[in-house]
Design a protein around this ligand. Sequence first.
Ligand code: HMG
Length: 445
Amino acid sequence: MTAVGIDAIEIWTGKLKLDLPNTFAEKKGEDPEKYRKGLGLENSSFPDVYEDIVTMGANAAKRLMERKGLTPEDIGRIDVATESSFDNSKPVSTYIAGCLEQVFDENFHHANKGERKFACVAGTQSIDDAYNWIKAGRHRGRAALVIATDTALYERGDPGEATQGAGAVAMLISEEPSVVELSTEQGYGSADETDFLKPNQQFPSVDGKRSMQVYLARMREALEDFESVAGRTHPDDFEYIPFHTPFPGMVRKAGLLGYRHMIRDTEFEDELEDEIGRQPREAEYDDWDDYEEALRAYMDDLKETEEYQDWYGRVIEPTLSLAREVGNWYTGSVHVARTSALKHAAETGEELTGDRLLVGSYGSGAQAEIHAETVREGWKEEMDELNIDEQLDDRYDMSFDEYELIHDVHDHEKETDVEEFTRPVGEFTFTGWGRMNERKYEYVE
Ligand code: HMG
């Protein structure tokens, strides 16, 4: 069967940064360690005055197409995943195609375009749509461009303000891909939840603590559902496990839960028995609260074992390095996590071809999806082409007052007149509104 998966990846970060432990925590009178150790964050990315979800997505897509020597004729579909859209009718993919047509000779009139919405899981859903389109044989030899782009901003003063971010991930989905092949098997955990939502409003209504519980519950369901088709998972099966990363501290919790699940009834549980006992089984308890308490105590002990810490350091930690620097990119977040891991492997000279990843996506509202990926031969060349480190180094480091201004600039309810902090070079920029209130863009050489 033909392999279908991710052939190329490009990442575009917002050009401004907010230093969380220093600039943000200091102004809030908080301990910087809450950010570094608790949430696991150093900086978050923000868009400059001339940036938005269209410019970031188009800039990532342009770089990807040029690097792969593609023309619009090679692309049969453009799917944009976002939860930061500014239009309830015209999809962001049309704006991005319009931008790209400013710099490529051909047009995208033949390409099917759309916009996917289901909070942060929509990026993975768009990849699924592209996968199914190719597998169904409807692609006429063309590839799909999937772009996950968001400005993840929260209301000023909301606890979520600590976990903001902005950026885009562009991915080319094709036959015989260079980076990873996707598994046919998938698992879902999906339920009607009101933990994080934006009912016709720009900034989310969030129940932060509950959202974390819902994330873990749906992720667990998805893992069990995945195992029902793919068979039991084992800690040694996967080289890396990239999760949706609203902040690395969340993944710390998901990783522990996943490890506990995977080692149950395995030699790992046996080996740990002398040190921390066996995992509590529900059937052994008459009272649910007692069972939960025993489970919590087991997890606390498990977290401290050398076996778990070694596994976490190898399999999960490398997925978090970019997230620590950029914050939550919503639809792009799990794709940033995958890229972090592969980039780490490339930098440390690891040989990954043929190895497997387990990818855990999540969107509030709520749905988790889990699938496996097999790393393909061209993965390292792709990682070597990334310029994300330069982009991160070049970001403008905002003071708290500048952060307040930039938050206002991107607040749809506010009129502002703020000067840009950086200078655009060789990229798409937002230039203002047209006669029908559409957003206008221009390529700056
Ligand atoms: P908060 O009240 O600002 O923070 O809310 P906190 O007091 O809970 O502290 C955070 C962590 O830092 C805790 O760790 C503290 O103990 C620790 P934990 O106990 O949870 O392991 N801490 C410290 N550690 C060391 N030294 C210290 C210190 N002080 C505290 N001095 C919260 C945090 C995440 C709730 C908030 O930022 C929020 O509401 N964020 C937005 C919602 C969110 O990100 N939810 C995540 C799951 S839902 C999801 O992922 C979907 C999403 O991406 C949206 C979508 O799908 O579209 C959000």
